[in-house]
Design a protein around this ligand. Structure first.
Ligand code: MN
Length: 490
């Protein structure tokens, strides 16, 4: 599928055909050069220099119905009276970006006269255009600056990634092999609300069906998957039988997900009826290929994992299902250790992961094979999506992933260590005030700004814990948000 972003330029008939031709030519040239920059994850496609309400409404409706179009970028080289945008904007269902730029970087001292002014009046046209966005309370991204500057192109690229995530979200199916872990609150959620807001189809498939599919997996299929493990990872166990059992589980899970067109799945150690092992490397290897996974039935984190993996395609760094486990509370140097009982995605591995088999105390099954590794350093974010009852809230926290300060030779799972912003203890307090889960998506590829754009596109609440956050201001923000979202949902 192409990832197109339609470039729609606003104008009117006032300036005569020559000016309109110039505007159209320049818009096409800008699209071409922006694409050639190599900084954009999608393609800018110049569509039209729109002069009438009909043209605008048509292009917006075409954008809605075109599966390749992931968003619309507008710009007003000249002045485009904004009432003619009302119908089109009212109908637009795709993410929208207002690019406030101009064709020329500088004002040409000798050349500038009234003709030049009439042709190059983005400062004038973009304000009229911006008013109608504000008046209609449109969710929108506003990017300002010279269109060939790396900073502007990167900002546009970041927004495109959020739009790629919005598209993935609206097409997402999540398979639940079992239910949520008994008694757990934060992994619950309103699946109808989620489908209305985010587009996810979250459906249950009996574990018995997975076992039936596992029983039909052939030896050749298991051997081929096992060979893939050996190619990708370093074998560090004698228990080959356990590794091959994981391969069998993976083949079966993939078959069901492929058949159903699903990119995310969950399971729980409390419901492995007919299975010998909790999937470990099976889930990890699927995550390495872009599937989302959530432990203990956490379908929200599974869905966010695959969406964020899609947004991060082509970027350096890992994006993975993570869980806050334990702290090191050395004063002034507090860090959080994240892991999971098995299922940490190797996209963050600092070196080639090892396949090991260890005992798993919960679930009452055989010892499962899993990948063990250390996380790679880098600046990143952790993200949690929770159901507040009547609305969804995303909590984003900036983190710095560090090389683990200890070797932890007896810890039988993959591990990632990070410093949380603004500092671990303030960060923890804010996270707890907001109701953030122990399960998160950790990414050293994506930024808070991309996730904020995604939340705006999806129409959900978003709070951000950054280096500048204080507990006092954050508590106030949560309080005001609560009132604002109640009014918004009336
Ligand atoms: Mn967990």
């Amino acid at each position: 599928m192409a990832k197109q972003f339609w470039f729609v330029v606003g104008s009117q008939f006032l300036y005569g055909p020559e000016v309109l031709e110039t505007v159209a030519g320049r818009a096409a040239e800008m699209a071409e050069k922006m694409n050639a920059s190599g900084l954009l994850p999608g393609e800018v496609v110049y569509k039209v220099t729109a002069k009438t309400e009909r043209e605008i409404t048509k292009v917006m409706m075409d954008a809605n119905y075109d599966d390749d179009c992931l968003g619309v970028i507008t710009w007003c080289h000249t002045f485009s009276p904004s009432k003619m945008w009302i119908h089109g904007f009212d109908k637009l269902q795709k993410p929208y970006c207002h690019l406030a730029t101009q064709y020329n970087r500088n004002i040409p001292n000798e050349e500038i006269d009234m003709d030049f002014m009439n042709l190059n009046q983005a400062a004038h046209g973009d304000r009229e255009h911006g008013f109608i966005g504000a008046r209609m309370r449109l969710p929108r991204k506003i990017i300002a600056g010279y269109w060939q500057d790396e900073k502007v192109l990167k900002e546009l690229g970041d927004w495109m990634r959020a739009a790629i995530g919005a598209d993935a979200s609206r097409k997402l199916r999540v398979i639940r092999f079992g239910d949520n872990m008994r008694d757990v609150a934060v992994t619950e959620g309103d699946k109808v609300e989620v489908e209305m807001k985010l587009g996810w189809q979250v459906d249950y498939w009996p574990v018995g069906h997975l076992v039936e599919t596992m029983n039909a997996v052939t030896e050749e299929e298991v051997e081929a998957k096992y060979a893939e493990y050996l190619e990708r990872y370093e074998l560090d166990t004698d228990n080959i039988e356990s590794v091959k059992y994981q391969a069998l589980e993976e083949v079966a899970m993939r078959k069901i997900l492929e058949r159903e067109g699903a990119m995310a799945f969950i399971n729980t150690f409390q419901d492995l009826y007919g299975m010998k092992q909790l999937p470990g490397i099976a889930s990890q290897n699927m995550m390495a290929d872009g599937y989302g996974y959530g432990g203990e039935g956490d379908w929200k984190v599974a869905a966010m994992t695959t969406i964020m993996k899609k947004m991060a395609e082509g970027l350096e760094g890992g994006t993975l299902f993570m869980e806050d486990y334990t702290y090191d509370l050395e004063p002034g140097n507090e860090v959080s250790l994240g892991a999971h009982m098995l299922e940490v995605c190797p996209s963050i591995a600092a070196a080639k992961p090892k396949i090991q088999v260890h005992h798993l105390g919960i679930g009452d099954r055989e010892d499962p094979a899993r990948l063990v590794f250390e996380g790679k350093e880098g600046a990143g974010i952790v993200v949690s999506l929770i159901d507040m009852g009547g609305r969804l809230r995303m909590i984003i926290q900036d983190v710095q992933v560090i090389k683990p300060i200890l070797e932890m030779p007896n810890l039988p799972v993959a591990r990632v260590m990070w410093k949380a912003m603004p500092d671990l203890l303030t960060g923890v307090k804010c996270w707890i005030h907001a109701g953030g889960a122990h399960h998160t998506v950790l990414s050293t590829a994506l930024t808070a700004s991309m996730m904020q754009d995604w939340c705006e596109m999806m129409g959900i609440e978003c709070v951000h814990i950054s280096k500048d956050t204080t507990e006092e201001s954050f508590k106030k923000e949560l309080f005001y948000n609560d009132i604002a979202w109640k009014l918004k949902n009336l």
